[in-house]
Ligand binder design. Structure first.
Ligand code: ASP
Length: 573
């Protein structure tokens, strides 16, 4: 007796089962079922309904076809539809060896990504497929796609959500529809196919995720308040401001090349920074079809300054669905930011595990040893100049005094600045590492160095309310410039830090001093929606009537992003 594998086919709609009409392809309920029943490849008439003939592998497939009502074009799909598919798989999980989802091609990549997140601990194949030409037409790609998907799903070898299309098996959350016309419509530019169909279907087992150890869990819940923002030369900051305003809770920024942006435009960076300070999660992806986001160019630093995190080599489709899912799981903005770069279902190549990072203090220590080694004639000087500022900064940020000492002796200089003009002292002051600040000052660090945005180490310390560091810097001769304090106050307000705001007001910062957009600390507190900071500033004499360059008072600006803050303070919507 040949072995029988059980499959569930979930037929959601899409071209695959449509028929031609005068108005173009239209859904044809019942047509697919009728057709499959009559095709010997899909049904052996001597067997119970929907049993295939025996395959060369020696097994046959017995399948159930569940047709969704109504059948839909995938461009109509929403997150509830994704949940419905995930739930159908979950509820039928024990009864079948694998699942095939027949789906329109237009949004197949989104559904695949969404399903991959919702089905945690998946141990059986869930294969999405569709076609460019309906199965009801004589010449079509539907028959091959469907048959291939069923064969892969029946093999039990791939515990993943995948897309099978034109003889390629792609990880679902890496797949993209890249061709509206070609039969070879899908690719996964940043991940090799898991299997290829030639004379045989060859599985590349090394690429497949390991079998899970726990049971399948349905993790439904997705948040629709995510948006994608594609940058282009000359993009208007006001438009950006509207896109990233509430209700947006997460934004996928499709940046240029390896994550670059026009960060020579402060109004643009400010719009993003304000969204980020308000709690919106900003994730940088690339507009390029292949490759990853990295910090190779200084022009990527504006996005980092605005609080955006790297989306690495996530596709924009997977990034949107991942953010939607993470937020739907009730994670805080910081938790979402931290999870973006972590591979949950093979959707992203984790940077730290595959690449050396200048932010990794272990790397800093290792390279310091190399650079510090006296090796006359070695091309160390160029390397020193290129690497040391970032390495010093990384050690300072991480509070790694040992690495810092090694680097300082290799560098022979302490005031080296990185592409943003920030020295190790800036970074240590910002990160709040008192011991590092002392070590740097002892080594001769200059507390007067200003970065490209005109901020001193003292500004950084004030902005974050690091009192002991403020004292150490002042004791080292750093003087408190009025501008410094005002700048720091705006930073503290934007960050919603009441403690730092209080300290700065006590130190004499002016709550009515404005930035280049005419915004005072009160405007920024309004954007951040922090009632406590707002009340402190109002008590400290902030001018409620003062308008920014767009004619808005702090109260109006706060209201425009959904925060109700008035003269008498904290009514927050
Ligand atoms: N508009 C169709 C859909 O995505 C296209 C297709 O199925 O290929 O449902």
């Amino acid at each position: 007796m040949p072995e029988t594998r059980r499959l569930l086919l979930l037929y959601t709609g899409g071209t695959i089962g449509m028929r031609a009409s005068a108005a173009g392809y239209v859904p044809a309920p019942g047509a697919l079922q009728e057709l499959l029943r009559g095709l010997p490849t899909f049904h052996d008439p001597s067997m119970p309904l929907f049993t295939t003939p025996v395959f060369p592998s020696g097994a046959r497939i017995r399948y159930d076809l569940r047709t969704y009502e109504p059948l839909i074009d995938s461009s109509w799909m929403n997150l509830a539809d994704h949940e419905r598919i995930a739930r159908d798989v979950y509820e039928a999980y024990d009864a079948y060896d694998g699942f095939v989802v027949l789906h329109g091609t237009d949004t197949m990549a989104y559904t695949a990504a969404s399903l991959s997140f919702m089905l945690e601990g998946l141990g059986k194949p869930v294969i999405l497929t569709g076609s460019q030409i309906p199965i009801t037409l004589q010449r079509n790609d539907a028959t091959d796609n469907l048959l291939g998907a069923m064969m892969v799903a029946a093999e039990r070898a791939v515990p993943e959500v995948c897309v099978w299309f034109a003889n390629r098996l792609l990880r679902g959350n890496r797949a993209r529809k890249l061709d509206t016309d070609g039969l070879d419509a899908f690719q996964s530019p940043n991940a090799p196919p898991l299997a290829q169909g030639g004379v045989d279907i060859r599985l590349d087992a090394a690429q497949v995720l390991p079998m899970p150890t726990g049971p399948l869990r349905l993790r439904a819940g997705a948040c629709p308040e995510v948006v994608s923002l594609r940058l282009f030369p000359g993009i208007d900051a006001r438009v950006v401001r509207n896109v990233v305003a509430p209700p947006a809770r997460a934004v996928v920024i499709e940046a240029f090349g390896s994550g670059n942006a026009p960060d020579n435009r402060p109004e643009l960076v400010d719009a993003l920074a304000e969204a980020s300070a308000r709690g919106a999660v900003l994730v940088v992806c690339t507009q390029c079809v292949a490759g990853t986001v990295n910090r190779r160019y200084a022009s990527s630093s504006g996005l980092a300054r605005a609080g955006a995190v790297s989306g690495g080599d996530l596709t924009p489709e997977a990034a949107l669905m991942k953010l939607s899912w993470l937020l739907g799981q009730g994670l805080s903005p910081d938790e979402v930011r931290a999870a973006v770069g972590t591979s949950l279902r093979g959707e992203i190549t984790e940077a730290a595990s595959t690449r050396w990072s200048l932010d990794d203090p272990r790397f800093a220590a290792a390279i310091a040893r190399v650079l510090g080694a006296p090796d006359p004639g070695a091309p160390v000087d160029g390397l020193r100049a290129a690497l040391l500022p970032s390495l010093l900064g990384a050690a300072a940020t991480h509070g790694d005094v040992a690495a810092l000492r090694l680097l300082l002796s290799a560098a022979g200089a302490v005031n080296l600045a990185d592409a943003d003009g920030r020295t190790a002292l800036h970074r240590a002051a910002a990160a709040g590492h008192l011991e590092v600040v002392h070590a740097l000052l002892k080594a001769g660090a200059d507390p007067f160095v200003l970065d490209q945005r005109g901020r001193s180490s003292l500004t950084e310390a004030y902005e974050r309310g690091h009192a002991a560091i403020i004292d150490a810097l002042v004791a080292a001769g750093a003087s408190v410039r009025a501008d410094d304090l005002d700048l720091a106050l705006r930073g503290a307000a934007r960050r919603g830090s009441a403690e730092a705001t209080r300290a700065l007001l006590d130190a004499g910062a002016d709550p009515s001093a404005a930035d280049t957009l005419g915004r005072t600390a009160l405007h920024l507190a309004g954007l951040a929606g922090c009632a406590e900071t707002w009340a402190l500033l109002v008590d400290g004499g902030a001018d409620l009537t003062r308008t920014d360059r767009f004619g808005q008072t702090a109260e109006q600006l706060a209201a425009s992003v959904g925060h109700r803050l008035g003269r008498n303070g904290p009514a927050k919507s």
